[in-house]
Design a binder for this molecule. Structure first.
Ligand code: DER
Length: 234
């Protein structure tokens, strides 16, 4: 099975949790894309009805519109029944790294407002410790004096051997999020200690908007692998 087929299998499994009448948080990325497509398909087939989607990015908003999912937002629906989204990394306690697609702020707002948050991954996302896989730990920051904030981030994370890089878009300019902010990707050499302490130290920096560690937020993780699908609950 290809990685994309595994992503689709996990996504379809998550959509089994969707009931007619639900307000759904719609995730962003190559895995969540399959869940959004599937929800649209079930709506068209009449197997689901009265669904309201709350998209976690303009990209997902466009896809949801194109498959016919009625959309709304957090202001109209401050409590969401179920959110389905991918992740970049999942540790054994179901802590996540998200945001390599640049949508972490709206994802964290919407998934934090959800009664149930189902994460869909292929098995390659499973790690022992989040942030330790040499892949990026994203932090959304304000564009104002971003160098200052990036350096403060690097200092705060110095103990973990941190390199902080401004994320660039295709045009070689700074990547700009849906919220008009920048993203600094942090690359760590050592495993973080107490994730809560690290989270607070990052969020305390004035120029920081949000980071990509989703601690104690996932209710369920659906893991699609070569040998089948595993479901881990909090
Ligand atoms: O950027 C994001 O937050 C995405 O949801 C990411 O965490 C998962 O993206 P993928 O399903 O394309 O790997």
């Amino acid at each position: 099975l290809t990685q994309d087929e595994l992503k689709r299998i996990a996504a379809y499994k998550a959509v089994d949790f969707v009931k007619s009448g639900m307000v759904l948080g719609l995730g962003t990325g190559s895995t969540a894309k399959h869940a959004v497509a599937r929800i649209g398909e079930l709506l068209r087939q009449g197997k689901l009805s009265n669904i309201v989607g709350i998209p976690t990015s303009t990209k997902t908003q466009e896809q949801a519109l194109s498959v016919g999912i009625p959309l709304s937002d957090l202001d109209a629906h401050p409590v969401i029944d179920l959110s389905i989204d991918g992740a970049d990394e999942v540790d054994p306690c179901l802590n996540l790294v998200k945001g390599r697609g640049g949508s972490l702020l709206r994802e964290k707002m919407i998934e934090g407002a959800s009664k149930k948050f189902v994460v869909i991954v292929d098995e390659s996302k499973m790690v022992k410790h989040i942030g330790g896989s040499k892949l990026a730990l994203p932090v959304e920051i304000v564009p104002f004096c971003w160098k200052f904030t990036a350096e403060k981030l690097r200092e705060v994370m110095e103990g973990y051997g941190c390199v902080a890089k401004l994320r660039l878009g295709e045009n070689g300019e700074a990547f700009v999020t849906d919220n008009g902010n920048y993203i600094v990707d942090m690359y760590l050499e050592k495993d973080m200690g107490d994730l809560r302490v690290v989270s607070d130290e990052i969020l305390r920096l004035p120029g920081v908007v949000e980071h990509g560690m989703f601690l104690d937020m996932a209710s369920t993780v659906i893991i699609a692998g070569e040998l089948g699908v595993k479901i881990k609950n909090k």
